[in-house]
Write a protein that binds this ligand. Structure first.
Ligand code: NIG
Ligand code: FE
Length: 409
């Protein structure tokens, strides 16, 4: 099946083959072709050109009517498998309690863990798939999903099976992360739970692509993190780390030491973290939706970029610190609150976020041979307007693996 998009006002995010991330000055660059066409074949991007190039033959032609086409967003950090919600804590937060205070009262992650324990696997899958559908409709085509509300072997495996089922049933590209070390499970001592997480690793590795630890004040230490990452490495799991959300935790450095694919959050950083990341392949990933919701600092994205590093942005969609998977809003926060240019924010929510979940060879740009995961906008849109008019509907259609989302998927 050859599907041809014509009358594209601008084809945004063009990248030659083989570039898996953008760093430093390259984050200012976005490949754009005006008056373009794009050919999709077998679910992949097959060719593109301008109106002056000859149009290829196709089985179906879609008139973009002057809309823009860009790669679908990639969301490298989510916790979308959870039960119910935590709106009671939302009220506590409005009334002045911090994230840490809510957690210390037995709320927070443990609250979600209790609820997940009482929810069937089927129901958990149903609720998570609703979130996946909502995210795809908002333009996301690749999603990393973490466990971490099970906090005992049985419930962590339940979560990992649900993620695996999403992987095989959703048209989005899914990656799975074992975050057993999200909080100490009920009934365990801290030490006993770290051991339990290490013991779970071989079973978790049957489903998960990555291992994650919440390395932060009041959760897991650098020493705990090192132990867990070693157990993960023994089972072939690369790390992705939660670090520096609540305090400067040492999580960046331990992540780098174990070859982490990404270190995430980074709301609190010193120059030492930037220095530790230089010359490594670890992607600094910031989650402005959590900064927005919790009222904590935004990451110093510009300083990272000025130091020659890349930056990815992701949603952190979860019930406690970022109850939204809207990557367009993440992009807008990147521009409005972190002072990223639209070009930098675009690279952060597409290619670099794909890189932070190990899939930038498959998606995250307009490149021949990559998945045809695409957003077709309404007419009149351009890259700058997307974050500027931050809540005006802009998506006309979303295509995943070349198929229009919402027709039969
Ligand atoms: O990334 N920081 C740790 N984990 C999540 C929050 C999870 C929750 O509160 O349910 C985060 O912000
Ligand atoms: Fe998170």
């Amino acid at each position: 099946m050859r599907r041809l998009f014509t009358n594209i006002s601008s084809l945004v995010g063009i990248l030659p083959e083989g570039i898996l991330r953008k760093e430093g000055a390259a984050m200012d660059e976005v490949g754009i072709l005006e008056n373009a066409w794009l050919l999709v074949e077998g679910g992949l991007i097959a060719a593109f050109g301008t109106a002056s190039d000859p149009l290829p033959d196709a089985d179906e032609t879609i008139d973009a009517q002057g809309g823009m086409v860009m790669p679908a967003f990639c969301d490298s950090h989510t916790h979308i498998v959870y039960a119910g919600s935590r709106e009671g804590e939302f009220l506590d937060k409005i009334n002045g309690l911090s994230y840490e205070e809510i957690a210390a009262r037995g709320g927070g992650i443990l609250n979600s863990s209790d609820l997940l324990h009482r929810t069937s696997e089927e129901e958990l899958y149903r609720q998570a798939m609703e979130r996946v559908s909502e995210m795809i409709a908002k333009g996301t085509g690749a999603i990393e999903i973490k466990s971490g509300y099970g906090l005992n072997p049985e419930d962590e495996m339940k979560m990992l099976r649900v993620i695996d089922r999403i992987r095989s049933t959703s048209p989005a590209l899914i990656r799975s992360t074992f975050l057993g070390a999200h909080a100490v499970g009920r009934g365990y001592t801290h030490e006993g739970y770290v051991e339990e997480v290490c013991r779970m690793m071989p079973r978790a590795a049957k489903y998960a692509d990555f291992v994650d630890v919440f390395c932060d004040e009041g959760f897991f230490t650098v020493e705990d993190t090192a132990r867990i990452l070693e157990a993960g490495a023994a089972c072939g799991l690369k790390p992705k780390i939660h670090a520096n959300e609540l305090a400067v935790s040492g999580g960046v450095q331990v992540g780098v030491r174990y070859g982490a694919l990404s270190v995430d959050h980074l709301e609190r950083t010193t120059d030492a973290e930037i220095e530790a990341l230089r010359g490594t392949s670890t992607m600094p990933t910031m989650l402005p939706g959590s900064s927005f919701f919790l009222g904590i600092p935004y990451g110093r994205a510009k300083d990272y970029i000025n130091a020659g590093l890349g930056v990815a942005l992701a949603s952190d969609y979860n019930p406690g610190s970022s109850p939204s998977g809207d990557m367009r809003f993440v992009m807008a926060l990147g521009c409005i609150r972190m002072r990223l240019t639209p070009a930098r924010a675009f690279n952060a929510v597409t290619l670099n976020s794909a890189c932070a979940m190990g899939v930038s060879g498959e998606t995250g740009s307009i490149t021949v041979g990559k998945l045809a995961n695409l957003i077709l906008t309404e007419p009149g849109w351009n890259l700058t307007k997307i974050p500027y008019l931050h809540h005006t509907p802009f998506i006309k259609e979303v295509y995943l693996k070349g198929e229009k989302y919402g027709t039969d998927n």
